[in-house]
Design a protein around this ligand. Structure first.
Ligand SMILES: Cc1ncc(COP(=O)(O)O)c(C=O)c1O
Length: 405
């Protein structure tokens, strides 16, 4: 639905949102009216270069033609069934994903936080049933972000963040250790630990990739102690980091991995993939969802994942991402430009504020996000070219220059 079809103005839309919606978001002063590829457009057809992509969602580009067609065809064929009958999109997607990322089994959810709930539940049930009632503890990283439902929120190692404050006690059974500190993770594990859960690239924590030593060390430690390695690839998964899944960059495999965002090509879908052995913890009736595995979302995801693989978007992310980070590193007031593939963060030297940079870029028609006051994050569609990067870097440079005057 476009604004021109409604007879309303942008002001009317903003008034309705103010009046009727519960607002927890700091919005851009911008109506996302329509979108294509690496651009979003307002109601006047003004293009905005989209370097946040729905926060790492629109990996195959906004309104990707193959995804749009898959959605249209599936919506006209079979919309929702619950999980009683078999459906074609679920089955085809399951095979595609498991084979592509080297995992045995998949369980569909609707979002990242739900995928993490499933991952936590599966690990706990596996531990309790295999080892005993106390074996359900999970160690996660400080500054992590795993979502906003109770299990995922409790796994999130940010007690001072608005996402945890005021909600009463967190779910019991989690402890936290500093990211990229292997010895601290080892020390945080007890005889009751069943899982270690981390993001291979901490996103909300400020775009920090795990070191090879850390992730490989966790894998070896987990193997030694019979602990499950649980990877949250909700943001890092599906091509963003230069590999289909970030763990592939490290030459390791998790016991369970959660995913969402990019896998749906813009439609809401999440999932966990697990090894055969661990997946047996989920038995008949032990877990479920009304919408998880929705035929339209699975059809969209099949189209998106196929695009990511067939067009080698991880390869593009690796190449263009390296160029992007290189160019960003040359800008003034940049303390560090870092990331993995097209999962990119810039930390400033404290003399300019990241939120001001975000607003300045918005004024110049580049969409990015800020994490706190020091870091801007860019997770553009994986189809971007070096020319798109040049445009974005020029805007960021101009913004920095005007802020440092
Ligand atoms: C690493 C990670 N895990 C989980 C989530 C939660 O995903 P969702 O917003 O789809 O629930 C996010 C969202 O940003 C994320 O980045």
């Amino acid at each position: 639905m476009k604004l021109q079809d409604t007879g309303l103005t942008f002001e009317d839309i903003k008034n309705k949102v103010d009046t009727y919606m519960i607002e927890t978001y700091e919005r851009f002063d911008f109506l996302a009216d329509h979108a294509k590829g690496v651009y979003m457009y307002d109601e006047n057809d003004t293009p905005y270069l989209d370097f946040y992509a729905g926060i790492a969602v629109n990996a195959v580009g906004n309104c990707n033609e193959k995804v749009v067609k898959a959605v249209q065809d599936q919506a006209a064929t079979l919309m929702q069934t619950f999980n009683y009958p078999y459906t074609v999109p679920q089955a085809l997607l399951a095979e595609k994903i498991c084979k592509a990322i080297g995992m045995d089994k998949i369980f569909y959810q609707n979002s990242g936080t739900e995928a993490n709930e499933a991952m936590i539940k599966m690990a706990r049930k596996y531990g309790v049933e295999k080892y005993g009632p106390e074996k359900y503890h999970i160690v996660t990283a400080r500054e992590s972000f795993h979502g906003r439902t109770f299990g995922a929120m409790s796994a999130t190692g940010q007690p001072d963040n608005a996402c945890q404050i005021g909600f009463g006690p967190m779910t019991e059974g989690f402890s936290y250790a500093p990211f990229n500190d292997l010895e601290a993770f080892k020390a945080a594990c007890t005889e009751n630990t069943i899982g270690i859960m981390v993001e291979p690239v901490q996103g909300e924590g400020g775009v920090h990739p795990a070191t090879q030593e850390f992730l490989q060390g966790l894998r070896e430690f987990c193997d030694e102690k019979g602990i499950l390695l649980l990877l949250d690839e909700v943001q890092s998964g599906w091509g963003r980091t230069g590999a289909l899944m970030s763990y592939m960059n490290y030459g390791i495999k998790p016991d369970i991995v959660s995913m969402a965002k990019a896998m749906g090509g813009g439609m809401p879908i999440g999932a966990i993939c697990a090894t055969s052995e661990v997946s047996k913890a989920f038995t008949m009736g032990s877990h479920g969802t009304t919408f998880g595995g929705h035929p339209v979302c699975c059809a969209a995801s099949l189209a998106a994942v196929t695009e990511i693989i067939d067009r080698d978007l991880p390869g593009n992310a690796k190449k263009v991402g390296a160029y992007f980070i290189d160019e960003l590193s040359k800008l003034p007031h940049v303390k560090e430009a870092r990331g993995q593939g097209l999962f990119v963060g810039v930390e400033f030297d404290g003399t300019i504020n990241a939120v001001d940079v975000k607003h300045g870029c918005f004024d110049r028609k580049l969409l990015i996000t800020a994490i706190g006051n020091d870091v801007i994050r860019m997770v553009p569609p994986l189809i971007i070219t070096e020319e798109d990067v040049d445009k974005a870097v020029a805007i960021i440079a101009d913004t920095i220059e005007s802020l440092s005057k």
